[in-house]
Design a protein around this ligand. Structure first.
Ligand SMILES: O[C@H]1[C@H](O)[C@@H](O)[C@H](O)[C@@H](O)[C@H]1O
Ligand SMILES: [Fe+2]
Length: 369
């Protein structure tokens, strides 16, 4: 009876009451999302304080011998006691990659040296990385994640999003000034030509779609495009232009400047904060709203993590699952990189094929970006 009365009360709510109720629910959800992040900020900051105290004590005891570079048993938001050494093959060399039988790779590896040549890149690229390496800090990354979680920026179909992206020219890319839809289609078409599965073709098509972020929350291109790297631990020398990290305040941080920083050996890349940008953003969108397999999500999330998938850095942070994902990301990379030299695609002609493919994996059609 009481329940029934409650039900009647509810039915008596005016339209205005309903919309107030809705907005409470929405803001409550927002707070929940922020709360997750804020709690991890507290954990990180408490652990940092503890860590710094421990470090000072240790330094006193050791009469000034610095322990910079050791993990100091640090266990912040990310904890893993598994100290097993992660062993993995080194990334595929160019010749090994060739043996995978991919036509695109056979044809185009001779131009390998011309791609990703950062020594000879133009000022636009060098300036981009100087700014990115200075500004991608732990503090910025936490803020970007809170901002991301607490709102929906646009509702669009994947195809319309690709068309919108066409307006962007990536300042970090030394190899192409073509529009993003051309690059997306070239990557997808190269994967399709090699007879790879449909999910991987779609991954090729959408892997850079996160660059849409530039039109929403971005502070510039430095928090959207370019290679990625972990924040919260020492910047590895295998990241391009490693010296530019000197301007990053985290480089002098007592914990963030150590080898494992706020992480621990074998903690898994899932627990590592990669510099915020299109990869991480699109990964979350695809994870929530698509039926794409884990390999596809890893390809999207890590395709710009060149220090890892190409240079072999940060292997000690991996867990067992990451080893499998590394293989997938390495398989994807040549299609992303070398298709930049292919002929331009006919967007109109390819649209029906790719629209159908999109619907297969993104059933809700209109996506929250
Ligand atoms: O400049 C490029 C570009 O921003 C790509 O989207 C990214 O995947 C690469 O890592 C990077 O080198
Ligand atoms: Fe990319």
């Amino acid at each position: 009876m009481a329940a029934r009365e409650e039900g009647n009360d509810y039915q008596r709510l005016t339209k205005k009451d309903c919309s107030t109720l809705c907005s409470h629910v929405v803001s409550h959800r927002r707070l929940e999302a922020m709360d997750d992040n804020i709690q991890s900020v507290h954990i990180i900051s408490d652990t940092l304080k503890r860590k710094i105290l421990e470090r000072e004590k240790q330094t006193d005891m050791n009469t000034g011998i610095s322990d910079k570079g050791s993990n100091m048993g640090f266990t912040a938001a990310v904890e893993n006691s598994d100290e097993e050494t992660v062993e993995i093959d080194t990334p595929l060399s160019r010749d090994q990659t060739k043996e995978t039988g991919s036509k695109i790779i056979e044809v185009e590896t001779e131009n390998d040296k011309d791609l990703r040549n950062y020594d000879e890149a133009c000022d636009r690229v060098k300036d981009f990385y100087r700014e990115q390496h200075e500004k991608q800090t732990v503090a910025y990354n936490l803020m970007a994640r809170v901002t991301f979680k607490t709102k929906v920026r646009a509702r669009l179909t994947i195809w319309d999003a690709l068309i919108k992206l066409n307006e962007l020219i990536d300042e970090s890319d030394p190899d192409t000034e073509m529009s993003q839809i051309d690059h997306s289609l070239q990557t997808a078409e190269a994967i399709r030509r090699n007879g790879k599965p449909r999910w991987m073709q779609l991954t090729g098509l959408i892997h850079d779609l996160g660059k849409l972020l530039y039109f929403f929350d971005a502070q510039g291109q430095w928090d959207v495009v370019g290679d990625t790297f972990p924040v919260g631990c020492r910047f590895d020398h295998r990241i391009i232009y490693p010296n530019t990290f000197e301007a990053n305040p985290d480089s002098d941080h007592p914990v963030y400047s150590t080898e494992f920083g706020i992480y621990s050996k074998g903690c898994g890349l899932d627990n590592v904060m990669l510099s915020w940008g299109h990869d991480e953003y699109m990964y979350h969108i695809a994870k929530r709203q698509s039926k794409l397999p884990l390999e596809a999500l890893a390809m999207i999330r890590y395709h710009s993590f060149y220090p890892w998938h190409k240079e072999g850095a940060y292997y000690d942070l991996m867990n067992e699952n990451d080893k499998k994902m590394l293989k997938a990301v390495q398989e994807f990379n040549p299609y992303d990189l070398y298709s930049k030299m292919d002929e331009l695609c006919d967007v109109e002609k390819l649209a029906p094929y790719y629209k159908e493919l999109i619907d297969e994996y993104f059933p809700s059609k209109v996506i929250d970006f």
